[in-house]
Design a binder for this molecule. Structure first.
Ligand SMILES: [Mg+2]
Length: 134
């Protein structure tokens, strides 16, 4: 029997979010969170998947950013963008197409200006739904 909202362990995937220009628009003066981050991470968690954040800026940078935007409760782990990262990424969300090609996932436009109308992260949910993960 399948319990709704609790997919079996085999269906659980590890979803990795990039930081700069994917989750946030960083400047010297402020750090703007992209619209939809909390909602999208919550939806992914509720589907039973792992939510991770990684950056070439390093683990401490990721942890600071996650903390700054109150995402700690939604995130299962923060990592440096190391190809040997454990757990393995099954689906990445990144503004770098090369990395999306390498790992598989969804490429978002670069978040480079505060834009309340930005819907790129909601498109991630559409994609995950199409793939049968939501
Ligand atoms: Mg980036």
């Amino acid at each position: 029997m399948t319990i709704e909202g609790e997919p079996s362990e085999t269906l659980r995937i590890n979803i990795f979010f990039d930081v700069d220009h994917t989750l946030v628009y960083p400047t010297q003066h402020f750090n703007a969170l992209r619209p939809g981050v909390h909602e999208v991470m919550l939806r992914i968690r509720e589907a039973g998947h792992g939510v991770y954040v990684w950056s070439a800026g390093g683990q401490a940078y990721v942890e600071r950013t996650v903390e700054m935007h109150g995402l700690g409760e939604l995130v299962d782990g923060c990592f440096d963008k190391d190809p040997k990262v454990d757990p393995r990424p099954d689906f990445i969300i990144d503004d770098d197409w090369y990395l999306v090609e390498k790992y598989g996932g969804h490429c978002v436009s670069q978040y480079k200006a505060v834009d309340d109308a930005d819907r790129e992260l909601h498109d991630v949910l559409v994609r995950l739904s199409e793939l049968g993960h939501l």
